[in-house]
Ligand binder design. Sequence first.
Ligand SMILES: C[S@@+](CC[C@H](N)C(=O)[O-])C[C@H]1O[C@@H](n2cnc3c(N)ncnc32)[C@H](O)[C@@H]1O
Ligand code: SF4
Length: 387
Amino acid sequence: MSSLRLPPLSLYVHIPWCVRKCPYCDFNSHTNSGDALPESDYVDALLEDLAAEANTENLQGRQLVSIFFGGGTPSLFSAAAIARILQGAEQLIGFAPAVEITLEANPGTVEQQKFKGFREAGVNRLSIGIQSFNDAHLERLGRIHNGAEAMSAISIARQAGFDNINLDLMHGLPEQTPEQALADLQQAIDLQPEHLSWYQLTIEPNTAFHNQPPLLPVENTLERIQAQGHELLESAGFNAYEISAYARPQRQSQHNCNYWQFGDYLAIGAGAHGKITDISGQKILRSRKTRQPNDYLSRLSKGNNYLAEQFSLEAAELPLEFLMNALRLKQGVPASLFAERTGMPLKTIETHWQVLDSKNLVEPLSTGRLSCTALGHRFLDSILAEL
Ligand SMILES: C[S@@+](CC[C@H](N)C(=O)[O-])C[C@H]1O[C@@H](n2cnc3c(N)ncnc32)[C@H](O)[C@@H]1O
Ligand code: SF4
């Protein structure tokens, strides 16, 4: 490797608790069976974890371009706790001028005062987990809120001063018809968010739905939902810039774009995954923090060792790792980014790329970009297999 360059730096903060575990969810989220959350200890641990990250050579003076509080349900935490984390991050690392700070919120945990507090703490983007507005579907999904609460969460967020809001919606829900899926989307569009994440429900191992599978719409119905929903979103002015991400102009998620462009991200909190470029060693490191919240908490002041594992990516893995991310973006990435972010010459993938080009799955390299064709986006898995 010869030409690895330093990419932008983001920060992911994992808050691992939820009021109730949803039957489809395989995220590292845990219920806290009635006990108060160990909020203050957890913030202490996060800051110690971050201090250890900040104390390496790998930051190279970079400031944070984005921060994402994900979960779990970060909106369970008080605004004061979020403020402490942000103050710590600013002191330890520093913020780039237009830093994007997103917090995930569950509509069942929304209060006016709290949202105002998040805004005052510096959070400037909210991601609200709506999933559906249909009460029967919400109940089937084990959600703690109904459709009316989902609607009011957005107006509460607006009143609290948020002008950058993402709504998470899922489709392909148990026994959902295309009409119901489109009605959910239309309701979301009518609320005029800046961004919509529209995910097809997947059944993941180690979830309640996996153990007792619900009756999902058949493939044909799923395809209709996908095609008609995509059209509805585009005609409402939302641009599909990634497989499931739709944004109004200039409102793409900076944080997610940094992941997809193979940028760097520190990750703190239980089970959080990070990626960082070691520029002097010319390698890319991936890391994972201790997964169980109680184990993570027990590391507090015991030698700053929150890491469960850290390893450098093998050269042979880098092209695929890079393209698995970059090709999710509808516009792909400039071809020059391949060498900058992997440290390998573009010719490493030239032969495979030509095979894919001959099948009309990717755009020719002469475009100066690495991107899929419309056909390629439908068969992304086959492309990654070829690579
Ligand atoms: C970590 S959750 C965060 C938000 C918050 N905990 C909530 O649920 O309201 C991120 C999003 O991933 C999506 N998601 C989670 N599990 C999924 C699954 N099995 N299939 C599709 N989307 C899923 C949901 O839309 C969810 O809002
Ligand atoms: S609230 Fe969100 S993170 Fe928590 S269990 Fe449900 S989907 Fe998962």
